[in-house]
Design a protein around this ligand. Structure first.
Ligand SMILES: *Cc1c(COP(=O)(O)O)cnc(C)c1O
Length: 373
């Protein structure tokens, strides 16, 4: 597709020329990543549209960021060695098993680039994280989507295993699933890994790990220890409240980790981001941050209970958001929420995702949801 581009040379300033450089067909066909609605400048609204942490950074984290800002004339530590070591200690694996990147979305791209060749199939659930189709297409892969279990918002791991063919190189397992919220159970994941060939990479996206309280959920590190074809994907964007600084990481067996590291963007995690992540993993910040996560989990329980009280039947969310399968009413309900000062994330024709925020934001949303029942 030819796109008009503005030329800075035109004195009138508004003329355009058509670029004749062809884009890769996979790139022209990419679906747009729709970011969560933002509060208009000067406006006031509760932002429950991007699964962000509603709490501002801890003073100790801001102090680390401020100190790091005075050093940014230097390149960052290319492999973020200190941060990798801290993360490895946190996860309980050797540092050679950890690869960091500019948000876990970037790490996912690096994982795919390390293993996907042109036309290779990547199986993932749908609806799920909207970055998946984009990352797969950019890596040159072919998306094979498997519908969620009807009604429950749960991954259908049996159907996903059945979708694996000799062309399949990767399967993406999002748990809890964004945007519906349920986790896969440990027994389901074991059965799935037993059914999938050991040369197919299984990426377990644990972006919301810290919010999970279901005892039936798998332990990613135990799963990884038992299966060398598993990669765990984690982030400091959600529970740790560093979405604006972009720090994510993969945990994998050493040879795979080295491959992912090899295709990663050089200096991909900024010096300031490394400092903020290190400060967040240190004590007592780590404990303080996890207390905030506990508070958000308590709010999730309160919101889900209140919604059920209102008459809603919802998937069981283990993340920092809830899902309403509103079908054709989705956009209208999102517009009503927005008019009431609550920004939510609609997926047209399908449903609406609402992040768990601070109590006042959740109360504002509960009032809106009541009017929809
Ligand atoms: C938010 C999210 C991520 C994390 O993205 P970052 O790039 O680390 O900010 C990854 N996977 C899923 C499913 C998510 O919802």
């Amino acid at each position: 597709m030819l796109r008009p581009v503005e030329t800075p040379l035109s004195s009138a300033g508004r003329e355009t020329v058509a670029a004749s450089v062809p884009l890769r067909p996979a790139v022209s066909a990419l679906p747009a990543y729709v970011p969560g609605a933002r509060v208009a400048p000067g406006g006031r609204a509760w932002k429950l549209s991007s699964n962000e942490n509603p709490y501002q950074p801890l003073p100790s984290v801001i102090a680390a960021i401020t100190a790091a800002a005075g050093e940014i004339n230097r390149y960052p530590d290319m492999y973020a060695s200190e941060l990798v070591e801290a993360l490895a200690g946190h996860v309980g694996v050797p540092p050679e098993q950890v690869v960091v990147g500019n948000g876990s979305v970037a790490v996912l791209s690096h994982v795919l680039q390390a293993v996907v060749d042109a036309g290779d199939e990547v199986v993932y659930p749908w609806r799920s994280f909207e970055a998946y189709p984009i990352a797969v297409a950019v890596a040159g892969g072919t998306s094979v989507t498997v519908p969620l279990e009807p009604g429950t918002g749960r991954l259908d791991l049996a159907a996903m295993a059945a979708a694996v063919t000799p062309r399949t190189r990767v399967v993406l397992v999002c748990t809890p699933n964004n945007p519906t919220g349920p986790v896969v159970r440990a027994d389901e994941l074991s059965a799935f890994l037993a059914a999938v060939p050991s040369d197919v990479l299984v990426v377990v996206d644990e972006a919301y790990l810290e919010f999970v309280r279901d005892p039936a959920a798998p332990s990613g590190t135990e799963v990884l220890a038992a299966h060398a074809n598993v990669v765990l994907l984690r982030t400091l964007s959600k529970a740790y409240g560093l979405a604006g600084l972009r720090v994510g990481y993969a945990v994998a067996e050493p040879r795979l980790a080295a491959g992912i590291r090899a295709v990663s963007t050089p200096f991909g995690v900024s010096h300031v981001a490394q400092a903020a992540a290190l400060a967040s993993l240190a004590q007592p910040a780590q404990t303080e941050l996890m207390e905030r996560v506990d508070a958000l989990v308590a709010e999730r329980t309160r919101v889900q209970d209140a919604l059920r009280e209102q008459g809603w039947e919802l998937p069981e969310s283990q993340a920092n958001f809830v899902w309403f399968g509103l079908g054709q009413a989705t956009l209208e309900c999102a517009a009503q929420a927005s008019a009431a000062g609550v920004l939510v994330r609609p997926f047209a024709g399908d449903g609406l995702r609402v992040s768990i925020g601070e109590p006042a934001a959740n109360d504002a949303f509960l009032a809106v949801a009541k009017s929809w029942v």
